[in-house]
Design a protein around this ligand. Structure first.
Ligand SMILES: *Cc1c(COP(=O)(O)O)cnc(C)c1O
Length: 442
């Protein structure tokens, strides 16, 4: 079971805030290791490969930690693959699945990475045409991502298998893709599919069955079926996480049936991002202000960190658990409900957007939450912030500085793994329009 613990040690939260200032991201190494263990223990029929979807959080120290646990890497862009290599990940541990069509100097870079063992996974005929000759010249096998018939996600924007989603080669085009690969002399070793993030476990299982049929029909040389990521986590106590153990058992049965029918013992790959890191991360912010506003509206708790550090409530209406820390003590969290809590609190950030709010529903409307009365100076640890927060944050909006990232080691020590952005870095690269630019009419 994957769950996002809504409270971490309050002394660590307070210690990190004292040393590094707020807002900050705090990652709990023990929880991260547990996240890795859970996915690595997923049952499989003929072998399992787990690739961490690094777009969830690509910070170097975390990437290194995750890879040291035995996970390989799913990169979503050439830039991510480059970043993984820079962090010390060997290219042969990376598969690249993106939307970009490589060209120019990118092809040279891709060639170098593929010579080192990176697997290119084509999601369109044009990508296949571009990268195919590189693969052929190296004798490297590639993957082809197909568009599933059905998708599933926690949100319409994270459903990558729906008809309105642009990912992968549609099934009608698979014969042409295979012919093209054949003409280029490239062997397709991996069939790949990803139905969406936060997918329904039932839909995930249906997709396994369907995908095996697709492998049988269109992928004669594949020895691996990569089923993508998207395992659901529970950030809030009322949410239900995906049962990865159960899903693995169901998938194993289907892979075994497939082997009996076809004689092919396929290796299974999965590419989780969220469930590896989400529960290990917190956004720690300080309460700056508490006020009543609007027409007798709710009590607003104003934090020094909001949408510029965690855009997920605004993007997806996602809910994150709160832990209120005063001094070195947790005075309230989602599990330990107390009489002191009040209905009608709305936690907001410091950006000039009504949507800079951690209490939104899936339609983007403000939905007050229950919590104890916060005081200025309190810390709020916002849980479930390990995935798609630091990596997705519009951090410089309102010219706020990108928050630092801190790792809480299993021995209780705190390490700064990314320092706070400096004011001069916010404007680095900007230029004043010069006279000559005006003269030349540019
Ligand atoms: C984003 C993504 C994943 C990871 O999804 P999670 O919901 O974070 O587990 C896996 N595979 C592909 C191709 C993706 O784009």
């Amino acid at each position: 079971m994957v769950s996002a613990d809504s409270s971490t040690r309050p002394e660590s939260v307070a210690g990190a805030a004292d040393r590094f200032g707020t807002p900050l991201y705090l990652y709990d190494e023990a929880a991260l290791e547990e996240g890795c263990r859970q996915v690595l223990s997923m049952p499989s029929a003929f072998g399992l490969g787990v690739r961490y979807a690094m777009k969830a959080c690509p910070t170097r120290a975390l990437l290194q930690l995750i890879c040291s646990q035995g996970l390989d890497v799913d990169a979503s862009s050439l830039a991510e693959a480059r970043r993984a290599v820079r962090a010390g990940v060997a290219p042969d541990r990376i598969m690249l699945t993106g939307q970009e069509v490589p060209g120019g100097s990118e092809l040279e870079e891709l060639e170098e990475l593929m010579a080192g063992g990176l697997v290119f996974n084509a999601g369109s005929l044009r990508q296949l045409s571009a990268a195919g000759p590189v693969a052929a010249s190296l004798g490297a096998r590639i993957g082809i991502r197909f568009h599933p018939v059905e998708g599933s996600g926690a949100n319409p924007a994270t459903n990558t298998g729906a008809g309105y989603s642009s990912f992968g080669v549609r099934i009608d085009d698979l014969p042409a893709a295979m012919r093209l690969a054949g003409r280029m002399g490239v062997e397709v070793g991996t069939a790949h599919v990803h139905i969406g993030s936060g997918s329904d476990p039932q839909a995930w299982i249906r997709n396994v069955a369907r995908s095996l049929d697709i492998v049988n029909e269109f992928y004669p040389h594949a020895d691996t079926l990569n089923l993508g990521g998207g395992f659901r986590v529970a950030r809030m106590p009322d949410e239900t996480p995906a049962d990865i153990g159960r899903m693995g058992l169901r998938a194993s049965g289907l892979f075994e049936d497939f082997a009996r029918r076809t004689g092919r013992r396929l290796r299974m790959e999965v590419e989780p991002g969220t469930c590896v890191v989400a529960g290990s991360g917190y956004l720690v912010a300080r309460v700056m202000d508490v006020k009543m506003s609007g027409g007798g509206g709710p009590r607003f708790v104003v934090l020094d960190g909001g949408m510029e550090s965690n855009p997920r409530p605004l993007l997806y209406g996602s809910r994150h658990p709160f832990s209120l820390v005063r001094g070195c003590e947790t005075v309230w969290n989602e599990e330990a409900r107390e009489a002191s809590e009040e209905v009608g609190t709305v936690v907001v950030g410091k950006c000039c957007e009504t949507g800079d709010c951690f209490c939104l529903d899936e339609h983007g409307r403000v939905a007050p939450r229950r919590m104890a009365r916060a005081r200025p100076g309190d810390l709020l640890a916002v849980g479930g912030c390990g995935a798609y927060c630091s990596s997705m944050a519009p951090s410089s909006y309102n010219s706020h500085l990108r928050a630092p990232e801190v790792l809480l080691r299993t021995d209780g020590s705190l390490y700064l793994i990314r320092r706070r952005q400096r004011p001069e870095e916010l404007v680095a690269g900007e230029q004043v329009a010069g006279m000559e630019m005006v003269e030349t009419g540019v």
